[in-house]
Design a protein around this ligand. Structure first.
Ligand SMILES: Cc1cc2nc3c(=O)[nH]c(=O)nc-3n(C[C@H](O)[C@H](O)[C@H](O)COP(=O)(O)OP(=O)(O)OC[C@H]3O[C@@H](n4cnc5c(N)ncnc54)[C@H](O)[C@@H]3O)c2cc1C
Length: 307
């Protein structure tokens, strides 16, 4: 449990509209279903409320934003400071022209792909396979099946730590593979995507193919965080992990997936420490076996539980 700082924050922010909750469990907000609480969980009503909050939040209080938690390990000791989760107020998706879709950052990626398909916009079907929301896709440069967020983004909006609203062009995002070079403090609030006029039947077929392929090759019904490590240049992470003998390897209730060995799974009662230790052990074995150092793709937030 963290000290309850909500009353003092509220005193500082009389016009705040969103909800502030002390010591709020985060495990249910992540795919892995592990981890401790947020010292404070804040759910802003809209972008103006988020900006007001950040402007009035004392500078020494750390801020972490989470999306749908599909690429996250929350450590067992929880997350000090404020964790922000966007919901209502950030969940509108709108077709803007024959080839453009605008979406709030709480919109699940799958809804972006569906809105595009219904409007006969091609080029956004890849979002069908990414189980996060738009904010996570912007930050992670999420991608699948040969396309990534960078290929579809026109611009993103966000709010910085001082509460200023900023707009980032595609170039301003400095995208590389599963990485966004926009300042770390930015909380994205919306995005404008560009596709191209297409055939809705063909787009629907492409989306169905993506669904089938994922069901056949990934443990998508498990408690997981998707690909654990980035593919090193010229290699597939899963092949290096397999070659190091780690397929199915377990620590506590955390396991390297038998189905796709770049996925780690919580079999039921794993702790965040079990999952992270399993990941670090895999990294060590791959390094010993192939000389390649795997880099975490999954984001790890918060602190370990005190011993
Ligand atoms: C079964 C499975 C399959 C997956 N397949 C793929 C895949 O094919 N391709 C792929 O790219 N990923 C894949 N992933 C990983 C994950 O879905 C993506 O990284 C996704 O983009 C994360 O979005 P999220 O909303 O869940 O973000 P979270 O996991 O909640 O957060 C991820 C990161 O984004 C940041 N973030 C979230 N929202 C915002 C915001 N509004 N502003 C600023 N930063 C923000 C967080 O701080 C964190 O650093 C998969 C995951 C699972 C569980």
């Amino acid at each position: 449990m963290f000290a309850d700082i909500v009353p003092s924050l509220k005193r500082n922010m009389p016009d705040l509209r969103g909800r502030l909750l002390p010591n709020q469990s985060l495990a249910e907000l992540t795919w892995f279903r592990v981890g401790g609480p947020a010292q404070v969980l804040f759910m802003p009503e809209d972008e103006a409320d988020l900006a007001y909050f950040l402007e009035h939040l004392p500078a020494e209080i750390p801020v972490t934003v989470i999306g749908l938690g599909s690429n996250l390990i929350v450590r067992d000791g929880g997350v000090p400071g404020v964790v922000i989760r966007l919901g209502r107020g950030f969940n509108e998706v709108k077709v803007e022209s024959a080839s453009r879709v605008r979406a709030g950052t709480a919109v699940p990626d799958v809804k972006v792909s569906r809105a595009a398909q219904e409007a006969a916009i091609a080029g956004l079907a890849f979002f069908r396979g990414i189980p996060g929301a738009v904010g996570g896709a912007l930050r992670m440069n999420g991608g699948a099946y040969g396309r990534e967020t960078k290929d579809a983004l026109i611009e993103a909006r966000g709010v910085d730590r001082a509460g200023r609203v900023r707009v980032f062009s595609n170039g301003d995002m400095h995208y590389t593979y599963r990485h966004c070079g926009a300042p770390e403090d930015i909380i994205f609030t919306g995005a404008l995507f560009q596709g191209a006029p297409g055939d809705p039947v063909a787009i629907a077929a492409e989306m169905d193919k993506i669904t089938e392929s994922r069901e056949a090759t990934q443990p998508i019904k498990s408690r997981t965080g998707g690909s654990t490590f980035k593919n090193p240049p010229g290699h597939k992470a899963w092949q290096l992990i397999d070659a190091a003998g780690c397929r199915g390897f377990k620590i506590g209730d955390a396991q390297v997936s038998q189905m796709h060995c770049n996925f780690l799974i919580n079999l039921g009662s794993a702790s965040a420490a079990d999952i992270e230790t399993l990941g670090e052990t895999v990294r060590k074995r791959v390094k010993e076996n192939s000389g390649t150092e795997l880099e975490w793709e999954i984001k790890r937030i918060g602190v370990a539980k005190p011993a």
